[in-house]
Structure formats: structure tokens, C-alpha cells
Design a protein around this ligand. Structure first.
Ligand SMILES: NC(=O)C1=CN([C@@H]2O[C@H](COP(=O)(O)OP(=O)(O)OC[C@H]3O[C@@H](n4cnc5c(N)ncnc54)[C@H](OP(=O)(O)O)[C@@H]3O)[C@@H](O)[C@H]2O)C=CC1
Ligand SMILES: Nc1nc(=O)c2c([nH]1)NC[C@@H]1CN(c3ccc(C(=O)N[C@@H](CCC(=O)O)C(=O)O)cc3)C=[N+]21
Ligand SMILES: [Mg+2]
Length: 289
């Protein structure tokens, strides 16, 4: 058996089309375009590439893009002052501070400074709390993109066994919260879990967010399970995921790397920006977005 490949790139393109339609409706109703501010500190080449592709996607969706590039030695106070200005700027609906930040800057201090209603990454503890308690908020882009792919394959997620590998605040924890909200039976495993394989073997849905190339072995996968590979690892062999490619011979459906979750992350960022704009302006937005 060979798994169906989940085409995240194509799915992301359809989501970006719907976002563009919603952005145009917003512009008509609110008299201005939705605006996304992206802040990049330092010149890490990979981060630079992401920031450029976010800027392009923002403009292609009919939204305003504000890029702020600061030098690697910028002080924490100066970065926080920029966040304060973006919070106060009415043309800015979404604020994204590219992570990781240089070591001399306290990431937490910067993220908690962002207005939660402009926090399109969904990283602010207020948005984490809203997600955990079922309140309307902004949901982290990568896990929400994974959920959209999963819902496409499993219109009924309720009752399915889901195993999330990894417990970071930006992927694993919000992914588990979203699956729980969908009434999956959710297990989160991490580096201190005694028998990772034993948990993964029971799963109808596996989401791998570990950061170790090829970590998830084909033998761990229950035949027919759906596998979402969040991993983005740069190796000598190129960009690889957290799942061994052999898993495609066992799974029912699997996301490729590249072309799986990565493009969804950017498309959901666009989606979150229009949603944030509509809520801030008090205008309607397509509830299916
Ligand atoms: N496609 C996209 O858009 C995105 C992709 N990524 C990618 O996803 C991956 C995960 O990212 P992120 O969550 O930020 O990574 P983190 O490093 O923050 O978290 C990794 C998690 O994996 C767990 N882990 C590490 N080793 C093991 C092990 N041997 N067994 C079980 N669990 C283990 C860690 O456990 P513990 O908590 O105990 O340390 C931790 O919870 C990376 O490859 C990253 O590049 C990330 C964001 C967006
Ligand atoms: N505040 C913040 N928010 C983020 O969302 C954020 C961040 N910081 N820091 C870095 C990570 C990583 N991330 C990715 C986005 C898109 C792809 C993506 O589009 N990947 C393509 C391939 C791109 C390539 O070839 O390099 C793919 O998987 O097909 C990957 C990774 C967002 N992140
Ligand atoms: Mg730091």
C-alpha cells in the first residue's frame, strides 16, 4: 500500500484565494486593506527567506505589508518600543516577530508585549489561554494549517486516536488543544516519554513536530493512519521532515516535506491577518475561512 500524498501546496493555494476574496471584502467594508507587520531581527538567511515569502504572499492576497528589519544587536527596549508603535498603529492588524530572536533578547518579553488581538502567530499567552478554554482568539498558524489538512481527510475527527509528538508552545501544545477541541482522544509524547513507539502504534492520526530528521519510523505507523509531518530540517540531503520517508508505504495519507505543512503555515498567517482585521474593525468575515 502506498499512502495518498497530501498536497499542502495546492491546499494552501486555495486557502490563499479565499483569503484574497475576504481581504477584498474587508477593503470594501472598512475602506482600507488589512495590514501585516513582520519584524525580523538580524540576518539569518533562512529567516530572511521566510520573511520575504510572507511579504510576497501578503501583497498577493491584497493586503498591506510592513517589513521592519532590525540589526542583530538591537536592544530589547528598542524592539519593544517598535512593538508598542505597531500596537498603536491602526493600519496594522497583524504583528509577527520572526523567531528565534538573538540570545540577548527575552522572547517572552517581546511576545507578551504584542496586542493579543494583533497576535496573528497566536503565541501570546492570552491566545494560548483562549484556545485552551474554547474562547475565540488567534490560533498558531502551523497547527491550524495541520488541522485544516486533517479535516479535509477526516470530516469526522471525533473519537479518533491522535498522537502528537512534541510539546512546544508553537506547534505541539496548540496542536493537541485543537485536536482535543475536535473530540479526538489525544496523547502528547515528548523527550521524556518512556515508549514513544507504543503510543504512535495506536494512532489513527500522527502529528510529528520533533525537529529530528526522519525520527518517526515506518514500523511505528498503524497501517492506514494519517501522518502529518511538521518537521523542517535542513540536511546535506536537502530539506527533510521528522518522518522517515518509508512511512509512506504504511500510512493511508501523509504530508510531504517540502510541499506539505510549510505552505499551509504561510496561508494560515494570511487567513489570521484578515480575521484579525475584521474583528478589530467590527466587520463580518467568512466564518468558513
Ligand atoms: N512547517 C512549519 O511551518 C514549521 C515547522 N517547524 C518544524 O517543526 C519541528 C518542531 O518544531 P518546534 O516544535 O518548534 O521544536 P522544539 O524543538 O521547540 O520542540 C521539539 C519537541 O520534540 C520533543 N522531542 C525531542 N526529542 C524527542 C524524542 N527523542 N522523542 C520524543 N520527543 C522528542 C521535545 O521534547 P521536550 O519538550 O521534552 O524537549 C519537544 O517537545 C522542527 O523541525 C521545526 O523546524 C516549526 C514551526 C513551523
Ligand atoms: N514568529 C514566527 N512565526 C512563524 O510561523 C515562524 C517563525 N517565527 N520562525 C520560523 C518558523 C518556520 N516557519 C516556516 C514557514 C514556512 C515554511 C515553508 O513554506 N516551507 C516550505 C519550503 C521552504 C523552503 O524550501 O525553505 C515547504 O515546506 O514546502 C517553513 C517553515 C515559520 N516559522
Ligand atoms: Mg532568546
Amino acid at each position: 500500500m502506498t499512502a495518498r500524498l497530501i498536497d499542502g501546496k495546492a491546499f494552501a493555494a486555495t486557502l490563499r484565494d479565499r483569503v484574497a476574496t475576504a481581504a477584498a471584502a474587508f477593503a470594501r467594508d472598512a475602506g482600507r486593506k488589512p495590514g501585516l507587520a513582520v519584524v525580523l531581527v538580524g540576518e539569518d538567511p533562512a529567516s530572511s527567506v521566510y520573511v520575504r515569502s510572507k511579504g510576497k504572499a501578503t501583497i498577493a492576497a491584497g493586503m498591506e505589508s510592513f517589513e521592519h528589519r532590525l540589526s542583530a544587536d538591537v536592544g530589547e527596549a528598542e524592539l519593544i518600543a517598535l512593538v508598542d508603535r505597531l500596537n498603536a498603529d491602526d493600519s496594522v492588524d497583524g504583528i509577527l516577530v520572526q523567531l528565534p530572536l538573538p540570545r540577548h533578547i527575552d522572547e517572552r518579553a517581546v511576545i507578551t508585549r504584542i496586542d493579543p488581538d494583533k497576535d496573528v502567530d497566536g503565541f501570546h499567552p492570552v491566545n494560548a489561554g483562549r484556545l485552551a478554554t474554547g474562547l475565540e482568539g488567534l490560533v498558531p498558524c502551523t497547527p491550524l494549517g495541520c488541522l485544516m489538512l486533517l479535516q479535509d481527510i477526516h470530516p469526522q475527527l471525533a473519537g479518533l486516536e491522535a498522537v502528537v509528538i512534541g510539546r512546544s508552545n508553537i506547534v505541539g501544545k496548540p496542536m493537541a488543544a485543537l485536536l482535543l477541541q475536535q473530540s479526538c482522544t489525544v496523547t502528547t509524547v515528548h523527550s521524556r516519554t518512556r515508549d514513544v513507539m507504543g503510543h504512535v502504534r495506536r494512532a489513527d492520526i500522527v502529528v510529528a513536530a520533533v525537529g529530528i530528521p526522519g525520527f518517526v519510523q515506518p514500523e511505528w505507523i498503524k497501517p492506514g493512519a494519517t501522518v502529518i509531518d511538521v518537521g523542517i530540517n535542513r540536511t546535506d540531503a536537502g530539506l527533510v521532515g521528522d518522518v522517515d520517508p518509508g512511512a509512506a508505504e504504511v500510512a493511508g495519507a501523509i504530508t510531504p516535506v517540502p510541499g506539505g505543512v510549510g505552505p499551509m503555515t504561510i496561508a494560515v498567517l494570511m487567513r489570521n491577518t484578515v480575521v484579525a482585521a475584521a474583528r478589530r474593525a467590527g466587520v463580518a468575515v467568512d466564518p468558513a475561512l
